[in-house]
Design a protein around this ligand. Structure first.
Ligand SMILES: Nc1ncnc2c1ncn2[C@@H]1O[C@H](COP(=O)(O)OP(=O)(O)O)[C@@H](O)[C@H]1O
Ligand SMILES: [Mg+2]
Length: 405
C-alpha cells in the first residue's frame, strides 16, 4: 500500500509511530504537511497538489488533523475522498466530532448515553438550563476545547451564571453539562480501530482537579473494558463516521456516558499504558480496507432525478406492521430497503421475508413519489410555492405582541 499520513507535526510521537509501523510492514509511506496541499478543481476530475506539484497516486490516507487547521485539513481530506482514496476518518466525521455540541446532537439521535447537556444563548434561559441538567455543581464547556482547556466546574448556580454571562459577552458558546460526580475524576479512553476497541486506558485526575486529561496532570493505567463500554465506544465512533477514534467515557451510575469522540487520538499515552502496538493496528486496518473507499451514498444516489434516499418510520397503526418486506408493496413502488433499524440493531439488506414491526425505521432508496406516500404528512412539503398573500404581515388574534418582538 502507498500511504499518506497527513500531519502538521512531522516529529510528533503519533505521526512517527504510524510512519514506523507502516515501514515495518513493508508499505510505502509519506508524512505530508497538511498545510502544504493545494486543492485543484480546475480540471475534469478533482485533484490535489503538494508543495505546488501534482500529488502522486496514493491508496490510502491517515488524517491527523489538529483543531487549529480543521477547515483546511478537512477540505484536503474531502478532496482525497473525491479522488476515491481510502481514509478511515471522513472529512464529515472529523468536523462533526470536533464540535462538542454537534457531536452530542448526532449521538443523541442514536440512543448513546451522554451526560445531560444543554445549550442556551439568552441570559433569561441560563438558570432553567442549569436546573434542566440537574442543578449545581455543573460542568461548563467551550464547544471546541481540547486537553481540558475550556472545561470548568462551577460549584454554584451563581458562579455558573457569572461564567456563562462572561463567555456570552465574549461571543463564546458554552455547553452546560451535568457534573458526573460518581465518576470521581476518572474516565476511560477506548481506542477504536475499525469494528473493535484495540486498547483502552483509565485516566485519573490529580488531587483537587476533576479533569483527567494527561495535560492536566492526569495519570493513566490500562483497563479491561466491560463489553457494554466497548460496544458504546465502537457505535459512537461509527455514528460519527470515524474508523479510528479515541472515545472518552465517564463511568456513570448506569454505565458508560460518552463525553467526546476524538478523530486524531494521541498514541503516546495509550501505547505506554497498554504496551500495545496501536499504531500497527491502525496501519493494518487501513491496509485491509484501502480497496473500499467510503462512498457518500446519499450524494451519489441523489443524482438520479426523481429518486433519492429516505427513512421510513413504521409507526403504530401503520399498515406495514406485521407485513413482510415482500408484502409491503415497497418493491412495486420501485423502492429498495437498504437497512432496517430496530432499536440499536441494524440489519443490512433485509430480505423479502423480514417481518416489519412497529418502531422499525427503514432506510430506503427509490422513487420519491412512492416513498412520499409512506412518510407521515407532517414532514411533507407543499408542492408549489404559493403566491405572496395580499397582507403579508398581520396580527394573529391573541398574539398581537408577537410582531413587536
Ligand atoms: N460532565 C462531566 N462530569 C465529570 N467530569 C467531566 C465532565 N465533563 C468532563 N469531565 C472531565 O473533564 C475532562 C475534559 O473534558 P472533555 O469534554 O473531554 O474536554 P477536552 O476536549 O478538553 O478533553 C474529562 O476527561 C473528564 O475527566
Ligand atoms: Mg477529552
Amino acid at each position: 500500500m502507498k500511504l499518506a499520513i497527513l500531519s502538521r507535526s512531522l516529529r510528533a510521537y503519533s505521526t512517527q509511530r504510524l510512519r514506523t509501523a507502516a515501514i515495518d510492514r513493508g508499505h510505502q509511506v509519506k508524512v505530508l504537511d497538511t498545510l502544504r496541499f493545494g486543492i485543484d478543481l480546475t480540471g475534469d476530475e478533482p485533484d490535489l497538489h503538494f508543495r505546488g506539484r501534482p500529488l502522486s497516486v496514493y491508496d490510502a490516507v491517515i488524517p491527523r488533523v489538529g483543531a487549529s487547521v480543521t477547515y483546511f485539513g478537512t477540505a484536503v481530506v474531502r478532496q482525497f475522498e473525491q479522488m476515491d482514496v481510502y481514509t478511515p476518518n471522513t472529512a464529515n466525521g472529523i468536523m462533526n466530532s470536533r464540535d462538542k455540541l454537534r457531536a452530542s446532537q448526532i449521538l443523541s439521535r442514536h440512543n448513546i448515553a451522554m451526560p445531560a447537556t444543554a445549550l442556551v444563548r439568552n441570559r433569561d434561559e441560563v438558570r432553567g438550563a442549569i436546573e434542566l441538567v440537574g442543578g449545581a455543581p455543573v460542568v461548563l464547556k467551550l464547544l471546541e476545547g481540547t486537553q481540558g482547556i475550556g472545561v470548568i466546574l462551577a460549584p454554584t448556580t451563581k458562579v455558573a451564571e457569572a461564567i456563562i454571562e462572561t463567555l456570552h459577552g465574549a461571543n463564546q458558546q458554552v455547553l452546560i453539562q451535568r457534573f458526573v460526580q460518581e465518576s470521581r475524576g476518572r474516565d476511560v479512553r477506548a481506542l477504536v480501530v475499525g469494528d473493535r476497541v484495540v486498547a483502552s486506558m483509565r485516566r485519573r485526575a490529580q488531587g483537587e482537579e476533576f479533569r483527567s486529561n494527561v495535560h492536566r496532570g492526569g495519570t493513566v493505567e490500562k483497563v479491561d473494558l466491560e463489553p457494554a463500554y466497548e460496544e458504546v465506544a465502537v457505535r459512537s465512533a461509527h455514528i460519527m463516521g470515524l474508523r479510528v477514534a479515541g472515545v472518552d467515557m465517564l463511568e456513570g451510575e448506569h454505565g458508560p456516558l460518552v463525553m467526546e469522540v476524538n478523530s486524531s487520538p494521541g498514541l503516546r499515552g495509550i501505547e505506554a499504558a497498554t504496551k500495545l502496538d496501536v499504531a500497527g493496528a491502525i496501519v493494518d486496518y487501513v491496509a485491509d480496507q484501502s480497496g473500499f473507499p467510503d462512498i457518500d451514498v446519499r450524494q451519489r444516489l441523489a443524482v438520479s432525478t426523481g429518486y433519492g434516499v429516505a427513512e421510513i418510520a413504521v409507526l403504530a397503526g401503520s399498515e406495514l406492521v406485521g407485513r413482510t418486506i415482500a408484502e409491503s408493496g415497497l418493491l412495486e413502488m420501485d423502492v429498495q430497503v437498504l437497512t432496517l433499524h430496530r432499536g440499536t440493531r441494524v440489519t443490512p439488506n433485509p430480505g423479502p421475508g423480514k417481518v416489519l414491526e412497529e418502531g422499525d425505521r427503514l432506510l430506503c432508496f427509490g422513487r420519491h413519489e412512492g416513498m412520499r406516500s409512506l412518510i407521515p404528512a407532517r414532514s411533507r412539503r407543499p408542492k408549489r410555492v404559493r403566491r405572496l398573500p395580499k397582507q403579508p404581515i398581520h396580527d394573529v388574534p391573541g398574539q398581537a405582541e408577537a410582531l413587536v418582538r
